[in-house]
Ligand binder design. Structure first.
Ligand SMILES: Nc1ncnc2c1ncn2[C@@H]1O[C@H](COP(=O)(O)OP(=O)(O)OP(=O)(O)O)[C@@H](O)[C@H]1O
Ligand SMILES: [Mg+2]
Length: 252
């Protein structure tokens, strides 16, 4: 097996010798088969498999953490309502808000690991993206984020889960915003939808820092993040990956 760089394909080559009547090799036959598609499928399966087992672990941990967290948040709230010294109150507020933050991580974990079957209905990809942009419009205005859309007008409706797709596009848009703002306090995000044969493709291109070669292979790994500690869980894209795969799509 080898990779043919000029053609950009993976080849599998079988070689058999041809003998003459004295038993000497006089020629050889090489049969090359293009196995590019098989390679791609294998790679996708490996990622999906790895994500599934991490998902199980994650949901176990998240469920275990839920109850004690509810206790921490509830009792912190009760304490805040009592007549306690101001300096103690400040400390309790920190306990409360940090516990809330942990609860958010747990919620993300549960979303990531959720085994929900998607609810299929006819949806229009353009309208889902428009809805997401509406949700982000205020944030984008105040942080100098410009959006360019090139929506195909002839997109057929597809059977998919509206809210799950909304979640996917939201995660992608928020990532783009975050990394563009971090890099230069502003940015332009270009969103394109198109029909290519029997698939619908939605592409998101931002003018932020881009993604390094080394990160590319880990984008969909749960907990992979290059954000500062405490800023991100690294679950956004793994949630997207789960949703899209479940519905028979591809994200890359
Ligand atoms: N638009 C982008 N530009 C540059 N890097 C990106 C972009 N989108 C994703 N990444 C890279 O992929 C990583 C994983 O993204 P993902 O959404 O899964 O997690 P996160 O954004 O770091 O954390 P969370 O989504 O939980 O807040 C990011 O930390 C970043 O390194
Ligand atoms: Mg993210």
């Amino acid at each position: 097996e080898f990779f043919e760089p000029h053609l950009g394909i993976h080849l599998e080559v079988a070689t058999s010798p041809i003998f003459d009547d004295k038993g000497e090799v006089v020629a050889s036959v090489h049969i090359a088969r293009d196995i590019t598609e098989r390679k791609r499928m294998e790679e996708r399966l490996i990622v999906t498999d790895r994500l599934a087992s991490i998902g199980e672990l994650a949901s176990g941990i998240a469920h275990e953490m839920n109850n004690p967290l509810t206790g921490v948040i509830g009792f912190a709230q009760l304490l805040l309502a009592k007549d306690i010294p101001d300096d103690v109150k400040e400390d309790v507020k920190i306990i409360y808000s940090e516990a809330q933050r942990t609860a958010q991580v747990v919620r993300n974990l549960l979303t990531f690991a959720r085994k929900h079957e998607p609810v299929k209905q006819l949806v229009n990809i353009n309208s889902i993206i428009e809805k997401v942009l509406e949700l982000r419009a205020y944030e984008q205005r105040v942080s100098n984020i410009q959006i360019n859309t090139h929506f195909a007008t002839d997109l057929p409706e597809i059977m998919a889960d509206y809210f799950q797709l909304q979640q996917v596009f939201l995660n992608i848009v928020i990532n783009a915003e975050y990394f563009m703002i971090e890099a230069h306090q502003r940015g332009t995000l270009t969103i394109t939808t198109e029909r290519a044969g029997d698939i619908i493709r939605a592409s998101f291109a931002d003018d932020g820092p881009g993604i390094s070669e080394g990160s590319l292979g880990h984008l969909f790994d749960p907990f992979f993040t290059t954000k500062e500690v405490g800023k991100g869980t690294g679950l956004g894209l793994s949630i997207c990956h789960g949703i899209i795969n479940k519905q028979g799509g591809r994200i890359y």
